[in-house]
Design a protein around this ligand. Structure first.
Ligand code: RB5
Length: 146
């Protein structure tokens, strides 16, 4: 599995913690910024990661900002992206099983690194459940062409 990761200035510290986890899980990843000490605009970092996931260059994308909200909204504007804003382990598991999410957003100002790492671990290792959820995802994605 290949993971693309990015943050704005509000998520840069948590991004480093998640990178440590990915390294320890031996998961290949690429960091698409920011490296920032200065303020940046989160859509500039959400868009390239979302595009690379849709293009199949990466299997999953992880985005971090202060709240995770701006990043998740921006990523979900890209056709083919299902990005979940997650701050608990139950939702991390459920959104993989039910929504087959290909991107995850979190907020550094909302949760600590320990919980964030548990969320990422769960999200990366949980399979889509298929079955009744498949049709629901199809209906959801059809909204993109309406
Ligand atoms: C930046 O101050 C903050 O707005 C951003 O990190 C994020 O929380 C937006 O949703």
């Amino acid at each position: 599995m290949k993971v693309a990761i990015a943050s704005d200035h509000g998520g840069v510290n948590l991004k480093e913690e998640i990178k440590k986890l990915l390294t320890s899980m031996e998961i290949t990843f690429e960091d698409f910024g920011c490296e920032c000490g200065t303020s940046v605009d989160y859509p500039d970092y959400a868009l390239p990661v979302a595009q690379k996931v849709v293009a199949g260059e990466f299997d999953r994308g992880i985005l971090i900002c202060g709240t995770g909200i701006g990043m998740s909204i921006a990523a979900n504007k890209v056709k083919g992206i299902r990005c979940a804003l997650v701050h608990d382990v139950f939702s991390a598991k459920a959104t993989r099983e039910h929504n087959d999410t290909n991107m995850l957003a979190m907020g550094e100002r909302v949760i600590g690194p320990g919980l964030a790492q548990e969320i990422v671990k769960t999200w990366l290792t949980t399979e889509f459940a298929g079955g009744r959820h498949t049709n629901r995802i199809e209906k959801m994605m059809n909204i993109e062409s309406m």
